[in-house]
Ligand binder design. Structure first.
Ligand SMILES: [Zn+2]
Length: 168
């Protein structure tokens, strides 16, 4: 049995232990979180969030891509979120590759040069600041006054806030 079959069985047990309910489509805490796909960061547990509290957008590195801006635009303009929290983390896989190296690897393996940016990084704090600026400077978002960035330590489970000089 593959791991997905195991998860399907887990879901039946999970659903059976809960009452049926319908939460509001709009996140109750009016918050969107952009973070990495890293398997060690359980966003709900680490922040004590509950179902229905926040939108969680994840990709490799927690990068502010066009697609993340698309999701934030929907989140703010249709679903009522007002604050944006960015969470990067220690020991990120995106620090272990380079843009040029990974791009060449993909092209050599497939014959196709990727159309997307790789967005690797070396300086974690600088990368968080860059991400904050991308959100604050996006013309598509309604609410850019509360955009805060953090580094999550995957060993201690603690957040550390990263400040910028570019206040809104
Ligand atoms: Zn990561």
């Amino acid at each position: 049995m593959g791991v997905i079959d195991e998860l399907i069985a887990n879901n039946v047990a999970f659903a059976g232990a809960l009452p049926t309910r319908h939460l509001d489509l709009r996140p109750g805490r009016r918050l969107a979180i952009v973070t990495c796909m890293d398997s060690r960061l359980d966003v709900f547990a680490a922040l004590q969030l509950r179902d229905g509290d926040a939108h969680i957008l994840r990709n490799a590195g927690g990068v502010i891509t066009d697609d993340v801006i698309r999701s934030l635009a929907v989140s703010q303009r249709r679903l009522g979120t007002r604050e944006v929290m960015l969470i990067h983390h220690t020991d990120c896989g995106m620090q272990a590759l380079t843009d040029d190296g990974f791009r060449a690897e993909l092209q050599q393996a497939t014959g196709v040069a990727p159309s997307f940016a790789i967005e690797s990084f070396t300086d974690l704090d600088a990368n968080v600041r860059q991400s904050i600026l991308r959100v604050r400077r996006s013309p598509f978002l309604l609410h850019r006054d509360v955009v805060r960035g953090f580094v999550y330590d995957v060993d201690t489970h603690l957040l550390r806030e990263i400040t910028t000089t570019d206040e809104p």
